[in-house]
Design a protein around this ligand. Structure first.
Ligand SMILES: [Ca+2]
Ligand SMILES: [Ca+2]
Ligand SMILES: [Ca+2]
Length: 320
C-alpha cells in the first residue's frame, strides 16, 4: 500500500498527493493494519502531516470585468448635455446589473479603463467590449496596454487593435474643436491634414453649439487617434435622405459594431483578440497579456439623420 501511495505522490500533482494521503489516512485508521508497531506509528504521523499540509487546488481564473476608469473625455456630439462624468460607473462591473452606458461622443471621444488583473492573450478572442445595442455600427477603435512597469496605472505603451478597416485608417490623426461663442453657432474644427469645417446638426438642434461638453472648461479640445473611413452611405428613399451602413462595411475588430462577424447579439458585444495588436508604425506586436483599454470614437462623419457617429459603451469582460 505504501509503495502505491508514494508512487502516486510522485507521479501526480498536488491534488493526487492529497487524495493519496487522505486515502492512506482513511485506510490506516480504518483498521486495515491491525498492529501498527513503531514503523506504523511513524508512517501514520507522516500521513497525518501530509493531510494537514494539503491545500485545495487553486480555482482557475474567472472572467473579470473592467474595474477602474482612469480618464474620460466626451467628443463633441448631440448627447453632450446627457453625458455625465459619473457615467463612468456604467463602464465597470457587469452591465447586466445596470441599464446605463457611457457616451463617447463624436470623433476622438475616449475612455481609459483597466481590468483588476492582467488578461492573458490565449488562442482566439480574449475579451469582449459590450456596447449599447444600436440600430447600426458606430465603431470605436480599441487600444490595449500591458502594465509593463507594474504600477497598476496606464502609463506604459498603447497598442491599437487592428480591424477590418485598418488599411483605410488614418493613424495619428488629430482634430481640434473650437467652442462656439454663441448658441446660434456651430462647433468649428481643424485637423492635422490641413482640413477644417463645422459640425452641423442635421437632426434635433439647429446648431451644434449645444454639442459642446458642458463639463469641459476649455475653449478648445484636441483629440489624437486613428480615424476610420466614413462608413455611412446616403440612399435616399421616399423622397428624403436616408443614411445607413452597408451590411459588410465594418466586419471585425471594433467596439459597438452590431454588423461584425465578432458580434455577440446576446450581450451586445464584440469579441476582440490581443493578437491583433499593432505598434505605432502598424507592425504586429506579440503581447502576452494586457491590463488596460482605451476605447475611442473613430469615425469622423456627419451622417444625415444620425448626426455624428458616436459609440456608447457599457463595459468589457475577459474571456478567461
Ligand atoms: Ca488571443
Ligand atoms: Ca503602468
Ligand atoms: Ca451607438
Amino acid at each position: 500500500m505504501w509503495i502505491r501511495i508514494f508512487k502516486s505522490r510522485y507521479a501526480g500533482g498536488e491534488a493526487g498527493r492529497c487524495a493519496s494521503a487522505r486515502a492512506a489516512f482513511r485506510h490506516y485508521t480504518g483498521g486495515s493494519v491491525a498492529t501498527p508497531g513503531r514503523l506504523g506509528m511513524f508512517l501514520l504521523f507522516a500521513v497525518l502531516l501530509m493531510v494537514v499540509s494539503c491545500k485545495p487546488d487553486p480555482e482557475p481564473a474567472a472572467p473579470v470585468y473592467l474595474s477602474e476608469v482612469f480618464e474620460y473625455v466626451y467628443g463633441p456630439g448631440q448627447h453632450a448635455s446627457l453625458a455625465q462624468p459619473l457615467d463612468t460607473q456604467y463602464l465597470t462591473g457587469n452591465p447586466e446589473h445596470h441599464d446605463g452606458w457611457l457616451y463617447l461622443g463624436g470623433y476622438g471621444g475616449y475612455v481609459v479603463a483597466g481590468f483588476p488583473r492582467e488578461i492573458k492573450n490565449e488562442e482566439g478572442p480574449d475579451f469582449e467590449v459590450i456596447a449599447m445595442k444600436g440600430a447600426a455600427p458606430e465603431p470605436a477603435v480599441v487600444f490595449v496596454m500591458t502594465d509593463a512597469n507594474g504600477n497598476g496605472r496606464p502609463d506604459d505603451s498603447w497598442y491599437e487593435l487592428k480591424g477590418s478597416l485598418t488599411d483605410e485608417t488614418l493613424r495619428n490623426y488629430t482634430v481640434t474643436y473650437f467652442k462656439p461663442a454663441a448658441s446660434t453657432e456651430n462647433i468649428r474644427w481643424e485637423d492635422s491634414e490641413g482640413g477644417s469645417g463645422e459640425l452641423k446638426s442635421f437632426f434635433g438642434a439647429a446648431h451644434s453649439a449645444g454639442w459642446w461638453w458642458p463639463h469641459s472648461t476649455s475653449g478648445t479640445v484636441t483629440f489624437t487617434g486613428s480615424r476610420l473611413p466614413a462608413i455611412y452611405e446616403n440612399n435616399p428613399a421616399n423622397g428624403g435622405d436616408f443614411w445607413s451602413v452597408p451590411a459588410s462595411r465594418v466586419q471585425w475588430g471594433y467596439a459597438e459594431n452590431n454588423q461584425g462577424t465578432d458580434y455577440d447579439a446576446s450581450s451586445g458585444s464584440n469579441w476582440l483578440d490581443i493578437s491583433n495588436a499593432v505598434d505605432a508604425a502598424g507592425n504586429p506586436v506579440q503581447l502576452a497579456s494586457i491590463r488596460f483599454l482605451k476605447i475611442q470614437s473613430a469615425v469622423f462623419q456627419q451622417a444625415g439623420q444620425t448626426n455624428e457617429v458616436s459609440p456608447e459603451i457599457r463595459g468589457a469582460r475577459s474571456k478567461y
